[in-house]
Structures are given as structure tokens and as C-alpha cells.
Design a protein around this ligand. Structure first.
Ligand SMILES: Nc1nc2c(ncn2[C@@H]2O[C@H](COP(=O)(O)OP(=O)(O)OP(=O)(O)O)[C@@H](O)[C@H]2O)c(=O)[nH]1
Ligand SMILES: [Mg+2]
Length: 254
């Protein structure tokens, strides 16, 4: 069933328009905002081009030298804004690229984050996948370079992978435009809430840390009622993450 978003106000819950504006992304006239994230060289830009038909424009993130590529596509009368995030190995914010990707997912709260991974090197890509799933509730795994995986006789049980990660998995070979219609359909279903994600989260956290995180996240929520994912932020504060500490101090994105 199609769920149509008619007015700007109806779209409020689908992404954080205010946060995105602060991050330099104008979302007016779009029903959904989709982020493309992943390790470097996994085919994000190729997926981006396949989805948008090369209709993109580029600029810089505010105050950063990192390039931003934006584009859009329409599906079932709904408008999707697509942001090609810089390739990163982690979200621990040790580089400008990582900071951009992390801030976007955390504070922009895109409607769906598409995590593009290299199917022929899945294991080394999973670290970032798990980090992204700690931040966001709505994600799709784009298992790209399937042609390359097949050539190397690598078989992937996509059903088990989807079950274990708690998000839909779509195999693609973006260079050959394979799997792109299925990817669009899945993005649309997650964006419209027809597919519910249940992302994998780290369990078995030591009791003392769990208690500290609970106390801290309650305080964070009290101070910043609209903050996204206070639990994840509490972990970063305990780690002494200077970028997050600074973001809280300045209220930059909140
Ligand atoms: N064989 C194969 N090659 C692909 C596929 N998708 C992308 N590529 C190739 O992989 C290389 C990297 O693709 P990009 O789209 O630039 O990758 P990216 O993730 O945007 O890279 P960064 O922006 O540097 O992180 C290019 O040579 C693409 O043509 C695919 O499905 N199969
Ligand atoms: Mg790229």
C-alpha cells in the first residue's frame, strides 16, 4: 500500500529538517532524505549515479573541505533527496570525512541510511555497518559488487545476514545497474514504515558501564529534549570524544 506524504508538516517525522539545514542541506520539497554511507571504494557514488541518473550537484559541507554530492529521485509520487556521504572506515571521528558522515547520520537523522558494502570484502566492511546501526534505526544494506563476489566464488546468505543485522539486505552490481530497482523499492518500504528495522545493537555491556550510561543519557535527555540517540552520545562522552563534547557545549546541531 502506498503511504503518500502530502504536506511539509507530514514529513517532519521522517527526518530532522532543522538539523539538516544546520548541516547545509536544504530539504524543502522532499518527502524523504536518504544517506549513502560506507567504506571508501564500495561503489557509493556508482549507486548514487544509478539512483539519480547522474543528476547531482556538489558543494562543500559548511566549514569543511569535504565535498558534498546531492541529488534526487522520484518513486511512487514521492520525492527522495539523496546525499552521498564521504567514504569512511569508522564513525569515531578521527578525520574530517568521518566527522561529516557521523554528524549527518546522528544529527540529520535521515529517513533511511543506505550502507553500501563490498560483497567481496564483506567482513572488513562489517565494522562500519555495526557502528552505523548503533546510531540509526532505519537502514538498508546494499550488498554491492556482487559480480565481483561471484567471480571469487564467494556466496553470501542474504537472508541470514538480514536477520542477524536486523535490516533488509539488497544485492546489487551497481556498475551494471543490477539490483537498483529492488534497492529503490526497499528504500521506499523502509522510508514509509512498511518494513520495520530491528538493528543489531551491542549487548552484554558490563553492569557498571550500563548503569553509568543510563544515568548519563537521562541527564542528556533532560538537558537536550530533542537530542537524537542519547544512549550513543552517553557512550561517546564516557570515551571523552572531544567532537561530541564540543557539539553539546555549543549546541551546534541540536
Ligand atoms: N565490478 C564492479 N565494480 C563496481 C561496482 N560498483 C562500483 N564499482 C566500481 O568500483 C570503483 C569505485 O566506485 P565508486 O562509486 O567511486 O566508489 P565510492 O564508494 O563512491 O568511493 P569513495 O567515494 O572513494 O569512497 C569504480 O571503479 C566503480 O566502477 C559493481 O557493482 N561491480
Ligand atoms: Mg564516492
Amino acid at each position: 500500500m502506498d503511504v503518500k506524504v502530502k504536506t511539509a508538516c507530514d514529513t517532519c517525522a521522517h527526518f530532522n529538517a532543522k538539523g539538516l539545514k544546520k548541516l547545509g542541506v536544504n530539504t524543502s520539497n522532499f518527502n524523504f532524505v536518504i544517506a549513502l554511507a560506507g567504506n571508501p571504494n564500495t561503489g557509493k557514488s556508482t549507486v548514487f549515479n544509478a539512483l539519480t541518473g547522474l543528476k547531482q550537484h556538489t558543494g562543500n559541507w559548511p566549514g569543511k573541505t569535504v565535498t558534498r554530492a546531492e541529488g534526487g529521485f522520484e518513486y511512487n509520487d514521492q520525492k527522495y533527496k539523496l546525499i552521498d556521504l564521504p567514504g569512511t572506515y569508522s564513525l569515531l571521528s578521527t578525520s574530517e570525512d568521518e566527522e561529516v558522515a557521523r554528524n549527518f547520520i546522528l544529527f540529520g537523522k535521515p529517513s533511511v541510511t543506505v550502507i553500501v558494502v563490498d560483497a567481496s570484502r564483506l567482513e572488513r566492511n562489517l565494522n562500519l555497518v555495526l557502528q552505523i546501526l548503533e546510531i540509526t534505526d532505519k537502514a538498508v544494506l546494499c550488498l554491492n559488487l556482487m559480480d565481483e563476489a561471484k567471480r571469487n566464488n564467494i556466496e553470501i546468505n542474504t537472508r541470514t545476514l538480514a536477520r542477524n543485522l536486523g535490516i533488509p539486505v539488497v544485492p546489487t552490481s551497481a556498475r551494471f545497474n543490477k539490483g537498483i530497482p529492488e534497492l529503490i523499492q526497499t528504500i521506499s518500504e523502509v522510508a514509509n514504515g512498511e518494513i520495520k528495522c530491528n538493528p543489531h545493537r551491542i549487548k552484554n555491556i558490563p553492569k557498571n558501564i550500563e548503569i553509568a550510561v543510563k544515568k548519563l543519557s537521562a541527564k542528556i535527555e533532560k538537558q537536550y529534549p530533542t537530542i537524537p540517540n542519547s544512549r550513543w552520545i552517553a557512550f561517546r562522552l564516557l570515551e571523552g570524544d572531544s567532537q561530541i563534547i564540543n557539539a553539546l557545549k555549543t549546541g551546534e546541531f541540536i
